[in-house]
Design a protein around this ligand. Structure first.
Ligand code: NI
Length: 257
């Protein structure tokens, strides 16, 4: 009995020590921990960031995408997405990745997909292939430096890209099928309204640099969830996107699902 008591005393002392040790490491209020598959990310290999997600050939899926960040409003968007268990895709501007590395790290840690949106928001229809490649590779490197993994998809600024640029790409290209015009209206109600056009397989264009877009999200997510939608990344929606191919939509569940 004595030895058992000593074991118990030892265990409670260890537990107390763990609790005390925990006090020295304040956790961020928003920290959600790494996704279960995050262990493979730090080795620099281009492993997928998130799991396969729901089967979008069977259930209704939509890919919400946010361009031109990261910015000062992005963290509050991440909290709203978490509250609704929604995954999204962020198309980042390279020069802002180096300005807000913690936000980019948080986007990846919370299981969102990271895309390349060039270093300085260049129109790829107007610059040489070499200049475009510099814009993209600098951004690839910045994202990899910050998150441990290269981006898995790209979106050309203004949605314009020449054929010669397309051929030079080693990433799939994500366009969109639903434009919310959030950048133009800067009106949360109009942004919510625009998402009524979402159908299974839609890719929705938004911008997380505008407060009105973040303001629109709780209602948009609630409405789409009520219509049966699952919120997935572009790669999850498409399935297995191919480099140098552009996608305006992804897999579409059969009607009635
Ligand atoms: Ni843009």
């Amino acid at each position: 009995m004595v030895s058992r008591l000593r074991v118990l005393q030892f265990l409670s002392a260890s537990a107390l020590a763990l609790v005390l040790a925990g006090c020295g490491a304040p956790l961020s209020a928003t920290w959600q921990g790494f996704p279960p598959d995050a262990t493979g990310q730090a080795d620099g290999k281009d492993t997928p960031r998130a799991d396969a997600g729901p089967d979008c050939a069977q259930v209704k899926c939509v890919a919400l995408t946010f361009d031109d960040g990261p910015g000062p409003h992005t963290e509050s968007l991440l909290d709203v997405l978490d509250e609704h268990e929604a995954k999204a895709t962020f198309f980042l501007i390279g020069k802002d990745v180096v300005k807000f590395p913690d936000i980019v790290r948080d986007e990846a840690a919370r299981g969102h997909e990271i895309g390349n949106h060039t270093w300085s928001h260049q129109d790829l229809a107007k610059i040489s292939v070499a200049a475009g490649q510099r814009e993209l590779s600098k951004t690839d490197a910045a994202i990899k430096e910050v998150t441990g993994a290269a981006p898995t998809v790209m979106r050309p600024p203004y949605g314009t890209i020449r054929e010669d640029h397309m051929k030079s790409l080693d990433l799939p290209v994500a366009m969109w099928s639903v434009d919310t015009f959030d950048w133009k209206t800067r009106d949360a109600k109009k942004t919510v309204k625009a998402a009524e056009k979402v159908v299974p397989g839609s890719i929705v264009l938004m911008h997380d640099i505008h407060p009105s877009t973040i303001e629109a999200m709780p209602k948009m997510l609630t409405d789409l969830k009520a219509r049966g939608f699952h919120f997935v990344t572009v790669s999850q929606l498409v399935g297995d996107p191919k480099p140098g191919t552009d996608y305006k939509t992804g897999r579409q569940a059969a009607a009635g699902n």
